[in-house]
Ligand binder design. Sequence first.
Ligand SMILES: Nc1ncnc2c1ncn2[C@@H]1O[C@H](COP(=O)(O)OP(=O)(O)OP(=O)(O)O)[C@@H](O)[C@H]1O
Length: 967
Amino acid sequence: MATEPEPTLPFSIVSVVEDVLQKHGGRLSDIDFASRKAQEASSRRNEAASWLRNTVGNVGGKDMLDEPSEEDFRNALRSGIILCNALNKIQPGAVPKVVEAPSDIDNIPDGAALSVYQYFENVRNFLVTVEGMGLPTFEASDLEQGGKSSRIVNCVLALKSYSEWKLGGKNGLWKYGGNPKPPTYGKPIVRKSSEPFMRSLSRGMSSGDKDGLLNDPSSSIDVVSHDRNEGGSTASLYSLVREILHDRKQEEIPFIVESLLSKVMEEFESRVITLKQETSKTPREDKSPSEALNSNLKGLSDDEEMEENDYVELNQKKNNDVKYNNDEKSNSQLLRQQNIIQRQSENIQELKMIVHQTKEGMHFLHKKYREDFIYLGKHLQSLTSAASGYQKVLEENRKIYNQMQDLKGNIRVYCRVRPLKRQPNSHGIVSNVEEENISLIIPSKNGKEVKKTFTFNKVFGPSATQGEVFSDTQPLIRSVLDGFNVCIFAYGQTGSGKTHTMSGPDNITEETVGVNYRALRDLFYLSEQRKDRIHYDIFVQMLEIYNEQVRDLLVTDTSNKRYPFFKIRNSSQNGINVPNANLVPVSSSADVLNLMNLGQKNRAVSATSMNDRSSRSHSCLTVHVQGRELASGNNLRGCIHLVYLAGSERADKSEATGDRLKEAQHINRSLSALGDVISSLAQKQSHVPYRNSKLTQLLQDSLGGQAKTLMFVHISPESEALAETISTLKFAERVSTVELGASRVNKDSGEVKVLKEQITSLKETLARMKDGEFEHLKQRANSMTDLPKLKSLLSSSVPTIWTSGGRKLPRDDSSSLDSEDIYRNLHAGVNVNDDDKESFSGSMNRDESCDSLMGQSEVESKRSSSPLLSPTYLFATSDFDELELATSEGSESDLSWQSQSPKPTAISNAFVSRPKKSIHLKQAKNLTTRSMVSSLSPSSSRKQPTLVSQSRKHSGSIDAKRRSGNA
Ligand SMILES: Nc1ncnc2c1ncn2[C@@H]1O[C@H](COP(=O)(O)OP(=O)(O)OP(=O)(O)O)[C@@H](O)[C@H]1O
């Protein structure tokens, strides 16, 4: 069985003894040996007395005291009885006869001498026996006072030792010196003699023979044997011991040695305890670097974010530490550390794996993100292009929409017939109302009734609702928000229903509300619908033109009766022609209606004999729309004019005189100017006479160009209003058919025939010319069917050419003239006599309304110089018979003017020659009116060759027709 190697102490026993000797050696010399000796003697005596008492028991009725004094001890043993009994106990019969003490021993004083016999016999027997046993003895005198009680004690203790030896089962010869060990450390070592000890000690000291000391079995000081290999130390120890003991008495040495050994043991034990304590606390408090490293690594193991570099660094540190700890303990620690490192390595590998996976995940996400980004980019691109495409589509839609509006005609005329008033002796003249036609029953002089039909873009009968009337107006509102200018006129004789159409009746309901309100409602509704694309700002102006002066109707301070007049500036960039007038921002149709009410109050209204609400001025409500496209930032601007034209009644019927007559003249003049402008626009003339009236000047931006014009023409169905009705309808129809005729040129081959008839008419006119200057031209013209040739011929022959407006054109401008110009100027060259001028002046007052409707007012003075330009003339040329009937209820001067006018008659004759009913009425109106309007302004010369060439193709049929007509 393998034995555990004893742990090696970090200190030697020699060093302990040395330390004790050095510490306590000096003090040992001061020990009180006397007292120690007395103490020792007392202790031994007590031991002996105790043993005797236990062995012998009560002797003579007296027990041995536990701690007897020296005297008590001698007295108790003086009789020799106790001693003999004790000896007999150990060795029965050793003393065959013991002289007992007398029975009255209690009466004998302790110090009294016993009988000699007793004394001698017992003590002598005892001493002889003991001596025979080889035990120490004493002298009998020692039992007496002054004797050495120590020898008695030694004898008793020897006897005790013998007894114990014998009781231990030992037999044979007992030797007192055979007792090897002292009973305890604390008890003094009892030797029979100290000499052997001292001898052996001295011998060892003197000879240096350690064996002598070691071989002494009685020596209990064997500490040196442990240090026998410590040569130097042992020598110094000897010298120390010698120094301490050399002056001591023999009997003191055992005590000194005993004390020293006791101290040595104490010192040794304390050192061992200290060592144990240090050993037990060292693992906790004094960590080695490797242990500290382990702790660090453990901490790091918890940290999953430990960087690899840190780990390498720590690993190096650890390796260094491993080198530092190379003992077994360190090896175990190293093992633990290696385990930890292995775990850490595994953790790191795991972390690396996670990092790798995370990196791959991130890479994947990054790649996916890039793909998504690219996809989104493409998607966004497609969305952007789709959005821009959408914008383009919207723009295209807007263009198409407005082109469609254009195809309908930039100038559209709607006719509305008011319900017949229930008046006595009043009957209606409207016989029929269709989609685009209205027929009147016109009484003739001979009692026959003639049916006259007029054609418009739309005709609304008396039963038409407000909603139906507005339905065709609605598309124009959208155009306003698309950036177009729109102008809606309400035209007609006073009391014919203008206010009803535009505003509604007095008691307005949702159904009866007029065009104004509906248009504004749609305007705001559409602007609200478009607000995510376009932001609109909407402003309102309301102006009045009274006696050719412009007033602001949105003034709130009406205390000043003298309204300021405003100038019209058509050069403004923002489309606001009267910048000084109030321009009120609005956000709802209700705002506009409130402003309209204000304007209506401010409007100059005066009673007339025909209608107490008849207004004597034009009023114009203008809604300006400014939009900003949110996507592109583009701005657009549009406006809508809602125009109430003043009543167009004839001056004689309204019994106007004085101021009223002046008002009527201004009104008619401005209406005439409006007719001129519309006619010019319809013919696409390069010059449009906007500046001939405040009305046309104000509406300049909304008449012509991309602007859209809608005219509501109102007629009264009563027979009393026949003349006004016919005048109104003729003007309206001319406006309507002129525009539609222009758009139908390439569609209607029937026009070719009419154009050819125009040429024929020209030829016939020329034939009647008496002027010798043009005689040869007439002859040549008669032989010509090619207008360009005619034109070039005329331009080379005529030194000065006058336009319809009376402008004098230079010769080099003549190339721009067409056949109509030529035709017109041919007539302009005719001398008109004074009678003609007067008759014309007279006819103006007579038929002011007709004058205004015919559209010739550009230069008042030029009018008289060229009767051919008179509107009255133009009407007469188209349907002379009807006009004659219509105006038959007028003054005689009308008829006389017409009859006195030779040129209209000449022209009308040309048209009378053609069969009136041979062409569809509408077409006939269009063509006839076109021919008349053509006489006012030049048409496109580019179309002439085409028309002429067409005329050539059909010349045969025309000639045949003419021949049949003549026949
Ligand atoms: N389509 C219609 N249906 C029913 N009543 C109508 C219609 N048109 C006009 N009226 C009525 O005829 C009368 C005259 O109409 P309105 O006042 O509109 O004429 P006006 O042309 O505006 O006259 P003025 O030029 O004098 O202002 C009004 O009482 C009106 O209610």
